[in-house]
Design a protein around this ligand. Structure first.
Ligand code: PNW
Length: 453
C-alpha cells in the first residue's frame, strides 16, 4: 500500500526571498547603502559584474508578485527587511519611507490572506555600520536591537513570525573567513568574533521582542548533515568538526549557552573566550528554529583544507545541482530528526529548500519546463513528511525561491525560482515547478503520491 502524504492540519505552505536578491532600487526613497550594494559595485567581486540595482524590481512590482503568490495558493511568504532602508545610517534616524514600503508589502499580503514571515537580517548590513567595524564591533548587537525594536513597534501583530538572522554561518564563513561574500574579509581571527556578535545581536533582538512583541521569534540557520566518508577515527573526527562548525556553532549557544568544543580545535589561538553574561544573552528561549536545507556533505579528513582539515567527497552516483550541491533528500529527514533529538524537539519551519538547475533565459510560449526542480521538490517534501512521521514538530515549508533572483556573488547566473524572471522585460512566468507546488499546496500534500520516482 502506498503511503499517504497528507500533512498535519495547520501546516503552512509558503515561499521565501531576501531583500537584496529581489528588490532592486537599493537607494530609493532615502535608503542608505548596504554592504551588498557596496560589494556588488566593487570591480571583480560579482560574477559578470552583476548587481542588485534592478534585480527583480520587486520594490516596484511587489503587488504583481503577491498576485502570483495568491494564484499559486501560497499561505505564507517569507521575505527579509533591508536594515538600511529603515535606518539609512544603521542606527539613529528612521527613514519613514523605508518603513512605509514594508508596511505596504505586509498590508497587501494580509489583504490576500498570505501570512508574512519577516527576517530582520538577510546579509545586507548597513554600509555605515560596516564603516564602524560591522559585525566585529561589539556595539553592533545594540544597533541590531534598536533596529529590531523599530520594526516590532511598527509591524508586530500584522507580522506574527519573526526571524532575527538568516544563516549566521554563511555570514561569517563567506563574509569574514573566506571572503566570497560581503564584506569580503579573509581572516581567521575575525570570523569567531563576527559569529559571537551575530549571536549577541540575535539575543538583543529576542530581548526587545519579549518587551514589545506578542507572537513568535526565532533564528534561521543552514544545516547540512555531515556523514563520515569511512569509519576511520580520522574521518569521524573530521565529520565532527564539520558538524560543529556549520551545524552547531549557532544552535548550541542558542539552546545550551555554549559553543561546541571543536571550535577551539578548528580556530586554535584565534578562538576567544567570552563572558558568561554574553552566553546568557544568547541563550534566551526562542519560539522556533528556521532550517534552510539544500544538500548534505560526506566528509573526509584532509590536512590541506583550511581551517577545518575536512573535505567533501563527491558522490558520482547522485545528481548535482547547478551550484554543485548533491541532491540528497534523505538528508532533510536526517537533519530534522537530528534537530529534534539534539535540541529537544523545538518547533521547526523549513525556511528554505530548493535548487538551481539550468532553466532557459526566456519562457517558450508561456511555459518553462523544469523537470529536475519538480523532482527535487517532490522528493524533499516526501522527506519532510517522513520527518513528521518520526515525530518532528514541523510547522511549515518555504520553497527557495519564489522568483529567480540575484544569487549573491554568482549574480543572475543561477536560477532558484519556481517563477521564472526574464530580466530584460521583468516578465514573470510560473515554471512547471510552480504549478506542481500549487497542486501540492491545494491538496495539502496528497498529490505527492501521484508520481512514482
Ligand atoms: C542560502 N552553503 O544561502 C541563502 O539564504 C539564500 O539567500 C541563497 O540564495 C540560497 O541559500 C541559495 O544559495 C546559502 O555554502 C549559501 O552551505 C551557501 C550555503 C548555504 C546556503
Amino acid at each position: 500500500m502506498s503511503k499517504s502524504y497528507v500533512f498535519p492540519e495547520g501546516f503552512v505552505w509558503g515561499a521565501a526571498t531576501a531583500a537584496y536578491q529581489i528588490e532592486g532600487s537599493p537607494l530609493a526613497d532615502g535608503a542608505g547603502p548596504s554592504i551588498w550594494q557596496r560589494f556588488a559595485h566593487t570591480p571583480g567581486r560579482m560574477l559578470n559584474d552583476d548587481n542588485g540595482d534592478i534585480a527583480c524590481d520587486h520594490y516596484n512590482r511587489f503587488r504583481d508578485d503577491i498576485a502570483i503568490m495568491k494564484s499559486l495558493g501560497l499561505q505564507s511568504y517569507r521575505f527579509s527587511i533591508s536594515w538600511s532602508r529603515v535606518l539609512p545610517e544603521g542606527k539613529g534616524r528612521v527613514n519613514q519611507k523605508g518603513l512605509d514600503f514594508y508596511e505596504r508589502l505586509v498590508d497587501t499580503l494580509l489583504e490576500n490572506d498570505i501570512a508574512p514571515v519577516a527576517t530582520l537580517f538577510h546579509w545586507d548590513l548597513p554600509a555605515a555600520l560596516d564603516d564602524r567595524g560591522g559585525w566585529l564591533n561589539p556595539d553592533v548587537a545594540d544597533w541590531f536591537g534598536e533596529y529590531s525594536e523599530v520594526m516590532f513597534k511598527r509591524l508586530d501583530g500584522r507580522i506574527k513570525r519573526w526571524a532575527t538572522l538568516n544563516e549566521p554561518w554563511v555570514v561569517t564563513d563567506g563574509g569574514y573567513l573566506h571572503g566570497a561574500l560581503a564584506p569580503g574579509h579573509r581572516n581567521r581571527f575575525e570570523a569567531p568574533i563576527a559569529s559571537h556578535h551575530l549571536l549577541r545581536a540575535h539575543g538583543k533582538s529576542v530581548q526587545a521582542y519579549r518587551a514589545i512583541g506578542q507572537h513568535d521569534i526565532g533564528i534561521v540557520v543552514n544545516i547540512e548533515p555531515k556523514y563520515a566518508a569511512s569509519d576511520s577515527a580520522e574521518d569521524q573526527a573530521a565529520r565532527d568538526r564539520a558538524e560543529a562548525y556549520m551545524n552547531r556553532q549557532y544552535l548550541d549557544p542558542v539552546f545550551f549557552g555554549k559553543y561546541p568544543e571543536q571550535m577551539r580545535d578548528i580556530f586554535g589561538e584565534a578562538w576567544p573566550e567570552w563572558p558568561q553574561a554574553d552566553m546568557d544573552l544568547i541563550s534566551q528561549p526562542i519560539d522556533f528554529i528556521g532550517v534552510n536545507y539544500y544538500t548534505r556533505n560526506v566528509t573526509r579528513h584532509d590536512e590541506s583544507s583550511w581551517p577545518l582539515k575536512a573535505s567533501p567527497v563527491r558522490q558520482p552516483q547522485h545528481t548535482y545541482t547547478e551550484t554543485g550541491w548533491e541532491v540528497y533528500p534523505q538528508g532533510l529527514t536526517d537533519t530534522l530528526t537530528w534537530v529534534k533529538q539534539r535540541y529537544g524537539n523545538p518547533q521547526v519551519f523549513i525556511t528554505e529548500n530548493g535548487a538551481a538547475f539550468f532553466d532557459p533565459p526566456k519562457a517558450e510560449r508561456g511555459r518553462v519546463r523544469d523537470p529536475l526542480r519538480v523532482s527535487y521538490l517532490r522528493q524533499h517534501l516526501r522527506a519532510v513528511h517522513d520527518a513528521i512521521d518520526a515525530g518532528c514538530n514541523i510547522g511549515g515549508y518555504f520553497v527557495w525561491s519564489l522568483l529567480d533572483n540575484l544569487e549573491w556573488s554568482l549574480g543572475y547566473s543561477k536560477r532558484f525560482g519556481i517563477v521564472h524572471v526574464d530580466y530584460q522585460t521583468q516578465t514573470r512566468t510560473p515554471k512547471d515547478s510552480a504549478r506542481y507546488y500549487a497542486g501540492i499546496v491545494a491538496s495539502h500534500g496528497a498529490r505527492l503520491i501521484d508520481e512514482d520516482d
